[in-house]
Write a protein that binds this ligand. Structure first.
Ligand code: 3HC
Length: 627
């Protein structure tokens, strides 16, 4: 027996959440839930209601892709859905498996009962998007797991495995095996025993000494949150759960949610969430593009870069052979890897068995013939085109057909490198930031002849070794070095105009850059100069924006958000500003163009630096933005 809104299993109406990939609570899904719960009220056959998602997710929360569109606030809003559930005369049970996060957890908190399987991921991660739970999460969760634990979850946003919360009132029962079957049995028991319906809102919150607790929390969290307003607002919202009647607490939470949603920091973090995921999407590489198998990898050159790359692979369980030209260099490389892992063991960051397992995956050789069967080889020798030619000619000679030949070069012309082989389709760039085993960015350079499956394979590998791959076309310095070359040039010019090097570094660091462009940030601010900090920042950041516009126009970068992500992940650009192009969008492109035209008109100005890029002029004239 079925209804469009639910399936009847005996006396239980089962509402299935079905909005892949993670059951984001978009408008259609919200309406589906309300329809289901409402219809079940008047269906005499249904005596209980179960809400269930997919194996992957009960729900990942509000649909982030809907944010900013009219759909996100269209009724039924999530708080309306929750009120409908709370008001149901028949018990509503959330059956939780997979991801249960944000609005998804808030939905479950609105149900009368919750059952879960072990290993479900429970979180209120809104803070990571610069907001806070806006559908009662800050008011209901403390009532079930206590103020301290709830505040921890809300401020950190970190997922907690369901079994860790098993002693709390969050879950009424844990299910072994089949979640739906278990939830149906639980519902049958409720139907038989008819217990009173439990509403979390009715639980009174007992929190002695809460004033002192919240004072401490404000101090600690305020110091940690730095540029981000959301964590402190989380404290205020949880404090309201203790201090205000439930309905007033809900209103207070909603006010903060709306305020944070409009903040530039939240816009930046949401941009980062979607932008990081967009990097993996390549317009002419549809999903399902075949990839090549990557078993063993060879790294040519055991200097700092080669060793770092080797460890990035070993950390992901990929066997690595280091190749060097002399025994001494080989020994030095192996010792560097061992030293690094030993250090991690000593600091308690790595179990000794894992060190042993990783070292067992590492070998070294002086002989190209010994790496011929590797699926991927990454050249990481000095930045000298002659040295690269020697390496790639040898690789072309010995490597098995179909092996991917990558260069870790930061500057050399990848198409020229591909031309040293008879298989340019197998050649690709993998520009790691250093230290390569730590830095999260991998600039993946697509040569003129690089085959699609080679690009798809390397992007997949980037994910496997926990890097964000950003695709760049071929040009001098690729995306990152080309942009930051202009940035440093702008910084030097500001010095010529009378700022001290320290002032330049500190102005940009105060603005949020991880490091100043001139590399002497440790100094102190000297006597006041003729040029103010705001102008220093504007000149340096607009130089980044202008070069980024050229890269987009030339098709070197795929999309504006790729450039922003590269800067956030690889170049210490402040996350709360979302990247240079989001910053330019927020500033207003016409204002950017005007400022640059002014700089270009100064006597002795470097025209190449300040001449606004055609794309920038075009977008500004049309009143458009990059993102
Ligand atoms: N809405 C819409 N799409 C979402 C989403 C969401 N809440 N969460 C994830 N997705 C999408 C991703 O964009 C991605 O799409 P793509 O395949 O097209 O790139 C896909 O789901 C898979 O995501 P991941 O690559 O991140 O997959 P993982 O398995 O590594 O992680 C996850 C899954 C843990 C759910 C992770 O995506 C995540 O942390 N999502 C964000 C969860 C979140 O912040 N929820 C709160 C939303 S705000 C809210 O609920 C407000 C409420 O309080 C009113």
């Amino acid at each position: 027996m079925s209804n469009t809104a639910y399936q009847l299993h005996g006396a239980v109406a089962v509402i299935t959440l079905d909005n892949p990939p993670v059951n984001g609570l978009g408008h259609d899904l919200r309406r589906h839930i309300v329809d289901g719960v409402t219809s079940a009220q008047s269906d005499d056959r249904a005596q209980a209601i179960v809400l269930i998602g997919s194996d992957r997710a009960f729900s990942g929360g509000a649909d982030i892709r809907e944010f900013g569109s009219p759909k996100s606030t269209a009724e039924p809003r999530l708080d309306t859905v929750i009120r409908t559930i709370e008001a149901s005369r028949k018990p509503v049970i959330a059956a939780i498996g997979g991801v249960c996060m944000g609005g998804g957890l808030e939905l479950a908190l609105g149900c009368h009962f919750r059952v879960a399987i072990g290993g479900a991921q429970i979180a209120l991660p809104e803070v990571k998007l610069g907001i806070l739970p806006g559908a009662g999460g800050t008011q209901r969760l403390p009532r079930l797991i206590g103020v301290e634990a709830a505040l921890d979850m809300i401020v950190s946003g970190a997922p907690v495995p369901s079994e860790k919360l098993s002693g709390t009132a969050l879950f009424d029962q844990f299910i072994e095996g089949d979640l739906l079957g278990g939830a149906l049995s639980f519902a049958a028991k409720l139907i038989a025993e008819k217990p009173a319906l439990k509403r979390v809102r009715d639980i009174s919150l007992d929190a002695p000494d809460h004033e002192a607790f919240f004072q401490q929390a404000r101090k600690r969290i305020g110091a940690e949150a730095k540029h981000f307003p959301a964590p402190l607002k989380c404290v205020e919202a949880v404090a309201a759960a203790v201090g205000l009647p439930f309905e007033e607490g809900l209103k207070f939470e909603r006010g903060l949610f709306v305020e944070l949603m409009a903040s530039p920091e939240s816009r930046a973090l949401r941009h980062a969430f979607l932008g990081e995921r967009a990097c993996a999407k390549i317009p002419d590489l549809p999903e399902g593009t075949p990839t090549r198998k990557i078993g063993r990898v060879a790294v040519i050159g055991a200097g700092a870069t080669g060793v770092g790359i080797g460890m990035a692979l070993l950390d992901a369980g990929i066997p690595v052979t280091l190749l060097e030209i002399g025994q001494e260099a080989v020994e030095r490389g192996l010792a560097a890897v061992r030293r690094h892992y030993q250090d991690s063991v000593l600091k308690g960051r790595l179990p000794r068995e894992q060190m042993d397992a990783r070292m067992a995956l590492l070998s070294a050789t002086l002989n190209y013939r010994e790496i011929k069967d590797c699926d991927l080889v990454i050249e990481a020798v000095i930045e000298d085109i002659g040295a690269k030619e020697t390496v790639f000619r040898q690789l072309d000679e010995v490597m098995k057909p179909g092996a991917i030949l990558a260069s870790a070069t930061a500057t050399a012309d990848l198409n020229r490198i591909a031309g040293f082989t008879n298989r340019p389709q197998d050649v690709i760039g993998m520009h790691f930031r250093s230290p390569a085993n730590v830095a999260k960015l991998l600039e993946v350079v697509r040569g003129a002849a690089t085959a699609r499956d080679v690009l798809a394979t390397v992007m997949q590998l980037a994910k496997k070794i926990r890097k964000t791959g950003v695709v760049s076309g071929v040009c001098e310095g690729f995306i990152g070095e080309r942009m930051f070359g202009q940035y440093r040039k702008a910084a030097e010019m500001v010095v010529e105009k009378g700022a001290s090097r320290q002032q330049v570094d500190l102005a940009l660091e105060d603005w949020g850059m991880a490091n100043g462009p001139l590399g002497s940030g440790a100094g102190s601010r000297e006597a006041p100069s003729r040029i103010g900090d705001a102008e220093i920042v504007e000149r340096c950041i607009f130089a980044l924006v202008n070069e980024a516009a050229r890269l987009l126009d030339e098709g070197i970068a795929q999309r504006a958000s790729d450039i922003d992500m590269l800067c956030l992940i690889g170049y210490g650009f402040p996350r709360h500003r979302g990247g240079p192009l989001l910053y330019a969008d927020a500033t207003g492109l016409d204002r950017v163009v005007q400022a640059m035209a002014g700089y270009a008109g100064e006597p002795g100005a470097a025209a190449g630096l300040w001449q606004p890029a055609p794309l920038l002029i075009r977008l500004a004239a049309e009143g458009k933005t990059f993102n």
